[in-house]
Design a protein around this ligand. Structure first.
Ligand SMILES: Nc1nc2c(ncn2[C@@H]2O[C@H](COP(=O)(O)OP(=O)(O)O)[C@@H](O)[C@H]2O)c(=O)[nH]1
Ligand SMILES: [Mg+2]
Length: 311
């Protein structure tokens, strides 16, 4: 019912892999010049270090990759630097892709989407609705961002686009109450998946975290296993700052999956490695555009190839 990521498919010219590659073009461009040198020496390692830092891979992961490369190069100066970096990135990212197992009998499977303002939560809820429907699941949306009227309308538009029901109240309503109502409605209609959108006012304001904690408690009152998943949406363009956001949300509501959006058009796509290394949380999906199909299950192998392979 919830299949794992599709395997690497770069044989089809129109494949999603090509689109992912196009999305990562800016990050890949920063690394491409490195692969021309035939041997690994101090100059090429220094250039790699700079390029990784520019791609926002972060200091820790860059140090790991560079140190490993130095060690390997000592024994084999003629090693293929790209192959070596590919292997190391895979080692860092692969633990972040455990299979996604969602309950199939405990309906609805409830997924709470959290994150700061503007990262792409509502858009991601809309894209996820399509993904789950494509997998044969019935979907309902809960308009838990009651802070802005536009947020409710935006979610309703995604509901219409996907032809799925949206449970909403007026602006200023209690977010927990909206999501509670949605859980009841989803249960009554035997809906498979309930996707709950939330507000993202400044994460430094403790009232957002308190509101999210209340949402969680209220959901658990309806079903002790709810929410089944709490997915944190992070904007790739924020680079290393995303780590702080992740810590705050994780401490407040216990995140068990990460979605990284806006990998298109950023040169900071390397932040995915920093997130994987630091958070040790599953990276579930990546967003590479504003359209409904611009969301992809995260696949470490596919991501590293899209990042490092020549255009
Ligand atoms: N380029 C790009 N834009 C995105 C992506 N995801 C969301 N957006 C855009 O980011 C903006 C904020 O998205 P929204 O869903 O309203 O964020 P929210 O405040 O977290 O709910 C909108 O203009 C979206 O179209 C993505 O993967 N790539
Ligand atoms: Mg929103």
């Amino acid at each position: 019912m919830f299949p794992n990521p599709t395997p690497l498919t770069d044989s089809n010219p129109d494949s999603l892999f090509k689109r992912l590659k196009a999305g990562l073009a800016r990050t890949r461009a920063g690394l491409a010049a490195l692969w021309s040198s035939s041997s690994v020496d101090n100059t090429s390692i220094d250039a790699l270090e700079t390029a990784l830092l520019r791609a926002d891979v972060g200091i820790e992961v860059t140090a790991l990759i560079v140190e490993q490369l130095r060690q390997t190069a000592k024994q084999q100066p003629q090693i293929d630097m790209r192959a070596c970096v590919t292997a190391q990135m895979l080692r860092i990212l692969t633990p972040s892709t455990p299979p996604l197992t969602l309950p199939t009998s405990d309906k609805p499977c409830s997924i709470l989407i959290v994150g700061v303002n503007g990262v792409g939560k509502t858009t991601t809820v809309g894209k996820l609705a399509k993904q789950f429907q494509t997998q044969g699941c019935s979907v309902m949306l809960a308009a838990g961002d009651t802070f802005r009227a536009a947020a409710v309308e935006q979610l309703q538009t995604w509901g219409e686009r996907n032809q799925v029901p949206v449970i909403a109240q007026t602006m200023g309503a209690d977010s927990a109450a909206v999501i509670y109502d949605a859980m009841q409605a989803a249960q009554a209609r035997c809906t498979d998946v309930l996707l709950a959108d939330t507000a993202g006012r400044l994460h430094t304001k403790s009232n957002l975290m308190e509101e999210l904690k209340k949402v969680k408690r209220t959901m658990a009152r309806q079903n002790p296993h709810a929410p089944h998943q709490v997915w944190l949406v992070l904007d790739a363009g924020t680079g290393q700052n995303a780590l702080q956001q992740a810590e705050q949300f994780h401490n407040a509501v216990g995140v068990n999956g990460v979605i990284i959006t806006k990998l298109d058009g950023t040169a900071k796509g390397g932040m995915v490695l920093a997130i994987a290394h630091k958070l040790q949380l599953p990276i579930r999906y990546i967003g590479t555009g504003e359209a409904i199909d611009d969301l992809r299950r995260f696949n470490a192998e596919e991501f590293v190839h899209a990042l490092l392979d020549p255009a």
